[in-house]
Design a protein around this ligand. Structure first.
Ligand code: SF4
Ligand code: SF4
Length: 441
């Protein structure tokens, strides 16, 4: 991209630039700023000083002598050695659903009381090593283990409060059991962020996301979400609705967008994102193999069109662009299984590489450091070289999926967001997400 030929200034090499009509949509992965600017203004050699100042402030332009990559390694290691303790806890490895693409085997149930005690002892002993604690409740379906969530949350909050460490929590749930009472328990225990899946409209969702007895689940989940919208007075929560797209759901994306727009657009606590349903392993997914989507472009085209007609809050894509890395490359991140096994990844439970340790009775976490190191550093030696000219580096550092290359050998190098940059910036533009510079109203 041409532009900014002023001798003493240059454009950031971390600008991800997409043209839309006469404007450029720019996301800078280092400054994390989103700027929309007319193409002719951006490419003008002598920019008006106000425009130039705004671009400098947004990290889009800078003095020629600035070395933008000076802190690249620092940022990389800071992420890896982040001093927050992050635990994903499988409160229940059982599930009330049997989704067509689910990779889980449901061989273990709720987290045992012994494991709960071991975890509490371990945290009490080790809290001094961390500056904050963030718990992600996961499953199976974590709400099947609500008693354990309550019990552990109470103990964790007490430990953090005594040690003066901030405590945050979130949950990934299918939301079938997310009644008023359940929501009250979760909020009381500081669980403020919810990731919930709706696979399109009722007809498609109920084809893929069914109960163990084969019955549909859409209506009840939608009613639980409406209940949050209408009756939950807590404003600082986020409800992130994920839609797993297959060829079927892609066909109804306009109906889905219309429904979500009508129901939730006014309530900014709800935000939406799409991901292609994939072959994440297991046997069940083989039955829907022909329904899986291969091309990302095809999948976004319909969503962009639908969102022009029925705007939705896509701000979660902004967050995904700002940080596209997977927690499993962090040293202080562990996935705790219901039987006390310690993992790094929430997908590859059956892989021995993913079983990195175990919790023991006397409050110890025995970790195989060799395996753990592989998750943290993986293909570190190569990343600086192969990602050298990538403008997305500061959001990715080649850590979008630390399992790729050595466990997931087929997986492509870059993550969903980088691969779909044009479409995602269009979606964010459709909801006026960008700071506008030099745009005439
Ligand atoms: S390591 Fe890869 S497969 Fe595992 S949770 Fe992270 S992104 Fe997903
Ligand atoms: S993995 Fe891909 S998106 Fe990430 S920094 Fe490397 S080239 Fe860029």
């Amino acid at each position: 991209m041409k532009g900014c030929l002023n001798k003493s200034m240059k454009n950031s090499r971390f600008n991800n630039i997409v043209q839309r009509d006469d404007n450029l949509l720019i996301f800078n992965s280092k400054s994390k700023r989103f700027v929309k600017i007319p193409k002719n203004i951006f490419e003008k050699e002598d920019k008006n000083s106000k425009i130039q100042d705004k671009l400098i402030d947004a990290g889009i332009m800078m003095q020629e002598n600035v070395d933008e990559t000076m802190d690249l390694s620092f940022e990389y290691y800071q992420y890896i050695y982040d001093s927050t303790l992050r635990l994903t806890i499988l409160a229940s490895e059982e599930c009330n659903f049997r989704c067509s693409y689910c990779y889980e085997k449901f061989e273990r149930g709720n987290i045992s009381s012994e494991v709960c005690e071991d975890l509490i002892i371990w945290l009490r002993k080790n809290i001094k090593n961390y500056t904050a604690v963030e718990i992600s409740w996961f499953g199976g379906e974590p709400l099947l283990g609500i008693k354990q969530i309550e019990y552990l949350s109470t103990a964790f909050r007490e430990i953090c409060s005594q040690a003066k460490r901030p405590y945050h929590a979130n949950i990934t749930t299918n939301a079938y059991l997310l009644s008023d009472r359940m929501l009250g328990i979760l909020l009381k225990n500081k669980i403020k962020s919810f990731t919930i899946t709706l696979d399109g409209i009722e007809a498609t969702h109920d084809k893929y996301r069914i109960l163990q007895n084969g019955r549909g689940t859409f209506e009840r989940i939608l009613n639980n979400l409406r209940n949050i919208r209408d009756n939950c007075k807590v404003r600082d929560i986020s409800i992130n609705i994920r839609c797993n797209l297959t060829k079927d759901t892609l066909e109804v994306v306009e109906d889905y967008s219309k429904l979500m727009h009508n129901e939730f657009y006014e309530d900014r606590r709800f935000s939406f994102f799409f991901r292609p349903a994939g072959d994440w392993g297991g046997e069940r997914v083989k039955e829907i193999g022909s329904k899986l989507i291969k091309s990302l472009d095809l999948f976004y085209e319909g969503i962009i069109k639908a969102s022009e007609k029925y705007p939705m809050n896509f701000s979660i894509y902004g967050a995904l662009l700002m940080d596209g890395r997977c927690n499993s490359s962090k040293k202080n991140y562990y996935v705790i299984g219901s039987s006390g096994l310690v993992y790094k990844c929430t997908v590859l439970f059956e892989r021995p590489e993913n079983r990195i340790g175990v919790l023991t009775k006397d409050g110890k976490m025995l970790i195989n450091q060799e395996k753990h190191t592989k998750w943290i550093f993986g293909n570190e030696e190569s990343w600086m070289k192969s990602c050298d000219n990538c403008p997305f580096t500061y959001s990715c550092f080649d850590r979008t999926c630390p399992a790729k290359g050595w466990i997931l050998t087929e997986r492509g190098r870059c993550g969903y967001e980088k691969s779909a940059m044009t479409s995602i910036l269009y979606l964010l533009d459709n909801q006026d997400y960008f700071e506008e510079v030099g745009i005439q109203k």
